[in-house]
Each structure stands twice: as structure tokens, then as C-alpha cells.
Design a protein around this ligand. Sequence first.
Ligand SMILES: *Cc1c(COP(=O)(O)O)cnc(C)c1O
Length: 381
Amino acid sequence: MTSRILLSSPHMGGTEQKYIQKAFDTNWIAPLGMNVDGFEQELAAYVKVNAASATSSGTGAIHLALDLLGVGTGDLVFCSTLTFIASANPILYLGATPVFIDSEETTWNMSPQALERALYEAKENGVLPKAVIIVNLYGQSARMDELMNLCNKYSVPVIEDAAESLGSLYKGKQSGTFGKLGVYSFNGNKIITTSGGGMLVSDDEQLIMRSRFLATQARDPAKHYQHSVVGYNYRMSNIAAGIGLGQLEVLNERIAQKRAIFKRYEDAFTDVDGIAMMPELEGTFSNRWLSTMTLDPQKIKVTPYELIDLLNEENIESRPIWKPLHMQPLFEGCKFYTHSDEQIVSEKLFATGICLPSDSKMTIEEQKKVIEIILYIVLAR
Ligand SMILES: *Cc1c(COP(=O)(O)O)cnc(C)c1O
């Protein structure tokens, strides 16, 4: 039995346990402690922001970000539609109303022209959104210049969901550092992991200090337990942060490995009419967290679902592209702005896209096997 080839699994660097041991030695198992402080400082230095706050999940960090921007009951929040549910669930936690924005083809991320129409109409209706959540899918940065210009024009703050794009660059600047607040995730399948966790970053140190206050039950400075606003229990543990410190040491290596995996797929499929790898917008550098591609149904006679099933029979894990949030039963009836009258880009990507095994522990031989099987299936029909 050969072992299963995975989509993306935890890949330890080797020094993680050193940091955990330090936590044990000093009995700083919890709460917080020096690993958390160190992880926050080192991540902030890596992405070049003023401040960072480690959280128990990326979802929690998005929840805090929305709370910090004053999002509450009945408020509107715009969000990329082509993303994981975690980008938008916190909008519902706060009783706010999501409005979904379609993708565009050069990045698969938020369409500036759809956002422009959505902002224009919101202004006409007299209710602008309290925030715009811009997602950077599979490591690829959104068209940040155009999107930020629009949000600045309407004075709407941006939360960058960079859960999948840690270490990616847009015109030389780190993904996740464009908006008022940025969010990373260290869930088990992300490019680096803390076994579960997230990070909220900003150049506004006051905002990050406030996020730490909210994330530790919003306890007022008093001798007794006193609380004036709703708080959360969202801080990262000192053990998890120890894993994070070890993982940060190998982040650049992981990015290089993920990009090499993508390149091997790209080289192998370049001559296949009907297979298109996910683009990398000029001036951007993707961490290529997951290698993804689309199959043109006019030219390739196998659907993504069939390919996923056939690969599974060979003990190879692959996945569909995120199902757009405007198509989810949970968000039925929510407003949605398409890229154009003729084109719903996110739905097309969902119908034709597939995420390929992108595990940095995958050997070249294993990837060759994946490629051979895909070529065999695709060319046989
Ligand atoms: C993983 C992910 C999140 C959530 O992060 P968790 O740490 O799992 O809570 C949010 N947004 C996107 C786009 C993600 O891929």
C-alpha cells in the first residue's frame, strides 16, 4: 500500500519542540507567555507591520477585526464571494448583513468593477458598508491598487483575509498589510501551522492593543472583574505560539517548495489544450499555497468532480475550488454583485476548477505519479 498523497498537511521544520520545551521548562503552558510575544513580534517583522496579535484561529481574528471596526447589528459588510466560509461567518456572528462581490479572471479574487458598482449603489441608497473583506485566494493577491483606491474613495475600511497568502507579495509589499487590518491563519492545512491559530495585524498599534483587550474577555482595569463591552476568549496559547515560532523559520522554504510544486504542474500541463493553471498577476508573487487549475469543458472531457474521484481511487487527495458564498444555502437571499452582466466569474471557476495535491512533503516521484495519472485521464477521453 502506498501512502496517500495529500492536498496540504502540517510540515514541521524541526525546531518547534525547542520552543515548546521552553514553555514547559518555565511552566508557561498557558496563558500567553514569551512564545506568544515572540511569535507576534517575529511575524510583525516578517510582514513589516507595526503590530500583531496572535489569536486562537483565523476566524476569530476576522471576528475581532469586524468588531474593532464597529460592525454591529444591521450593518453591511462586503466580502469576496469565492472563498472559504470562515471569511464571512463572523459577519453573521455580529448580526451584520453580508453582500458578496464576484471574482475577476486575472487573480480569481474580488472584481474591482463589481466592487465599484456595489459601492456606488450603496452610496446611492445612503448606506455604505462598515467594512470590505478582501480575500487572497490560494496565495494569489487580489488587485489591491484598484480595490484600495475604491475603498479609500468611499472611506470604507478594508480587512484583508490573507489566511491563505502569508508571504505572498503585491508589488513588493506583503499580502495582508494593505487594509486597516489583516488576518492570517495557522490552521493545519495552511502554509505554516500552529496546529490551529491566527494572527491579526495592523500598522495601527492602538487597534491591536484593543484587539488583545477584546480577545481576553474585555476586562476593564479594575481590582474586581469588571466588564463594559462584549469580549471574547480568542488568544493563542503559549504552546501553539511555540510551534508558530519554529514554523516561521521555515516559511520561506515552504514558499519555495510550494512554488516548485506549482511549476512542475505548470510545465507538465503547458501543452494540454484546455488546462489552465491559476494565473499569477504581473507584479505579484504568490506563495502558491495550493496549486489550482481549471479544465475547459469544451476541450477536456472529464469534469473536476470525475477527476477528483479518479484521483481518489489512486489514493491521491484533490479538492474542488471553494463554492462561492452567494451560492451557499446559508446566504440565500444575500445581495451579490457580478463581474459583469454577461459574466459570473466565481461560478465559472467553481464549475471548472480543481485544487491539486500541494503538500510540501510530497516527493518529486509522488508528484510525477500525480501528473502521469492526470495526463492519462485527461488525454484518454
Ligand atoms: C483557513 C481560512 C480562514 C480561517 O482560518 P482558521 O484559522 O481555520 O479559522 C479564513 N479565510 C480563509 C480564506 C481561509 O482559507
